[in-house]
Design a protein around this ligand. Structure first.
Ligand SMILES: NC(=O)c1ccc[n+]([C@@H]2O[C@H](COP(=O)([O-])OP(=O)(O)OC[C@H]3O[C@@H](n4cnc5c(N)ncnc54)[C@H](OP(=O)(O)O)[C@@H]3O)[C@@H](O)[C@H]2O)c1
Length: 238
């Protein structure tokens, strides 16, 4: 298969965790052509190892999503890689959190940086990559969110600064979908997963989550548009 017949993906934050796992999972299907981005490719050893066996279907692009000028310029390198193809799936996965905090104790001065990574960057990526998305078959934007950002679960006071950014990301998804119903825009909760962010206390193994996430993302239906769904393809009540 060549890129002409493949689905093209751009995923942020692929050095480790869910971004790396999802890249590995998607590569198992020759129908996928992946642009895996990370902020320090030279240190992304596991990602580079994947590229060695990917037979040309994985490209690594340096992208620190906090560097907004670099983010805007990244489209030049990505366009060169894609040639005449559009971008089928933009996966806004990169995110950060602060330590466990609450509304009355959180570091509000440091919070702007979390908001930038978790909300501003996904919004700008969607704007910058829109022409490539419009050119594609799938026209899909995935904002990787969290059920911590939903009201429906009653998760209580913890993880306040992080949860509020994910609620913002959910609303970004709603607004994107409302403005452009011709696109597929989805918020995806990968579950509580064993990664650096999820910690070893998480119930889900990485492989379990990314296998399920890849299945959900490649089987989205029109009714999923604008929704917050989880790795089991269930609606999260946000
Ligand atoms: N794990 C969970 O239980 C869980 C649950 C719900 C939602 N999520 C969401 O799932 C996504 C992935 O989480 P994870 O568990 O895989 O987190 P993780 O293990 O902490 O990995 C975060 C990834 O984001 C990258 N990143 C952070 N800031 C970046 C920046 N400015 N530019 C580019 N890349 C950046 C990191 O790159 P570096 O290596 O360079 O730092 C790393 O690759 C996030 O959106 C998270 O909110 C996770």
């Amino acid at each position: 298969m060549t890129i002409v017949d493949q689905y093209t993906w751009l995923i942020t934050g692929c050095s480790r965790g869910i971004g790396l796992g999802l890249t590995e999972q998607l590569l198992q299907d020759p129908a996928n052509f992946i642009i895996a981005t990370c902020r320090t490719p030279e240190k992304a050893t596991a990602l580079k190892a994947l590229k060695d066996t990917a037979k040309g279907t994985l490209h690594i692009v340096k992208l620190d999503v906090d560097d907004l000028e670099g983010l805007k310029n990244s489209i030049n390198e990505v366009s060169q890689i894609l040639g005449d193809k559009g971008l089928d799936y933009l996966v806004n996965n990169a995110a950060v959190n602060q330590k466990i905090d609450t509304a009355f104790t959180m570091d509000v001065e440091g919070w702007g940086a979390v908001f930038k990574t978790n909300v501003v960057a996904p919004a700008l990526l969607a704007q910058v990559y829109l022409p490539l998305i419009e050119k594609s078959t799938k026209k899909t934007i995935i904002n990787v969110s969290s059920s911590l950002g939903a009201f429906g679960y009653g998760y209580g006071e913890l993880w306040a600064s992080y949860a509020i950014t994910k609620t913002g990301l959910n609303m970004l998804t709603y607004k994107q979908r409302a403005e452009r119903p011709d696109l597929m825009v989805v918020c995806l909760c990968p579950g509580w997963v064993k990664t650096d962010m999820g910690t070893d206390e998480a119930p889900l193994e990485l492989e379990e989550s990314v296998t399920a996430v890849a299945k959900v993302l490649t089987s989205l239906k029109p009714e999923d548009n604008g929704r917050l769904i989880n790795y089991r393809h269930e609606i999260v009540p946000w």
